[in-house]
Write a protein that binds this ligand. Structure first.
Ligand code: FAD
Length: 284
């Protein structure tokens, strides 16, 4: 339960953070809030020789709206997202999900960038970012790169980010008609099953839908069969209930652990999909 020894430095800018990472020659790691990394270090599943603190880089944290997009700095803590009036007004699903993460301590230290980079299979934000088709903005030695959330979350704790890149921000078009519903572990509040539903509504019909699922499989993913079942249909309870029924049926493997067996998770996926869809519909 004691990590291996390490050096600690504080980065002053994105460029400084990347330079320090490069100088560490593969043995350095960024630390933001430390809520995912430190437990791994204590278990010696991660043994960086140098921790580069990115927690006080000016401008890495903060929420703004630019060119019609919400821009959340990677260093923004969950609490600031949950209590942001602009997020709550323009895209309430993001504030709702942030408010459901862990406990006050986790929400005041853990960052959205850390959550996205770590990609825990039970983390909430990946499902929401998938439903919003969000962009992950990365900076590396060769400049900037933008990866869409569906391409970013690849496998268990595996994302499309090179070891020499840093996440600078998360960006998405705001949408009011989206909601998140989760069945959570009673101790940690991690999702056993979490579903984010985003509905694009036009003239009383669902023009398109995007549904993100977390907690149930190796990594967060879209429920494309539900999305297809909803597209072009009237926005009504009669549309939503049968569409939700097919949620998860095409998942080859569903997680099974001490918190819930695979059979139970399979049963809960349609339930929480329906709840998320109903809440999104109520915002239309
Ligand atoms: C008790 C407990 C309960 C929790 N409950 C929940 C929950 O209910 N739902 C949920 O979703 N999560 C939950 N979490 C997880 C929590 O949300 C994450 O630990 C947190 O968001 C990670 O952010 P961090 O800033 O602490 O990351 P860190 O631990 O500092 O870093 C995590 C990883 O991301 C990398 N990293 C961090 N920032 C960047 C960046 N900008 N660019 C590139 N790489 C970066 C680090 O190098 C490291 O590999 C819980 C955690 C704890 C300890």
């Amino acid at each position: 339960m004691i990590p291996t020894s390490f050096e600690y430095v504080r980065a002053t800018s994105l460029e400084d953070a990347l330079a320090k990472l490069k100088a560490a020659n593969g043995s350095g790691k960024f630390i933001a809030g430390g809520h995912s990394l430190v437990p791994l270090m204590k278990l010696r599943l991660s043994e960086p020789q140098l921790l580069i603190d990115i927690g006080r880089i000016p401008d890495l944290a903060g929420i703004s709206e630019r060119d019609g997009k919400m821009v959340i700095g990677a260093g923004t803590v969950h609490h600031d997202i949950a209590t942001s009036s602009v997020i709550r007004e323009r895209c309430p699903v993001v504030a709702d999900a942030a408010a459901m993460i862990g406990d006050p301590q986790v929400r005041n230290r853990g960052t959205i960038g850390g959550s996205v980079a770590h990609a825990d299979p039970s983390a909430d934000m990946p499902a929401v970012l998938l439903a919003l088709d969000a962009e992950i903005h990365l900076k590396g030695p060769n400049g900037w790169r933008v990866v869409k959330a569906p391409d970013f979350f690849r496998d268990l704790f595996t994302v499309d980010m090179a070891h020499d890149e840093i996440i600078a921000s998360i960006q998405f078009a705001p949408l009011r008609t989206a909601a998140y519903a989760k069945l959570y572990q009673r101790a940690s509040h991690y999702a056993i099953v979490g579903v984010a539903a985003a509905l694009h509504v036009s003239g009383g019909r669902i023009a398109s839908a995007a549904i993100g699922l977390t907690g149930a499989a190796s990594h967060a993913r879209r429920l494309t069969n539900v999305e297809r079942a909803l597209a072009g249909q009237p926005l009504s309870q009669q549309t939503i209930a049968p569409a939700a029924q097919v949620a998860g049926v095409d998942l080859a493997e569903v997680n099974s652990d001490i918190h819930a067996g695979a059979e139970y998770r399979r049963a809960m996926i349609p339930v929480f999909t329906r709840r998320a869809l109903e809440s999104a519909m109520a915002r239309a």
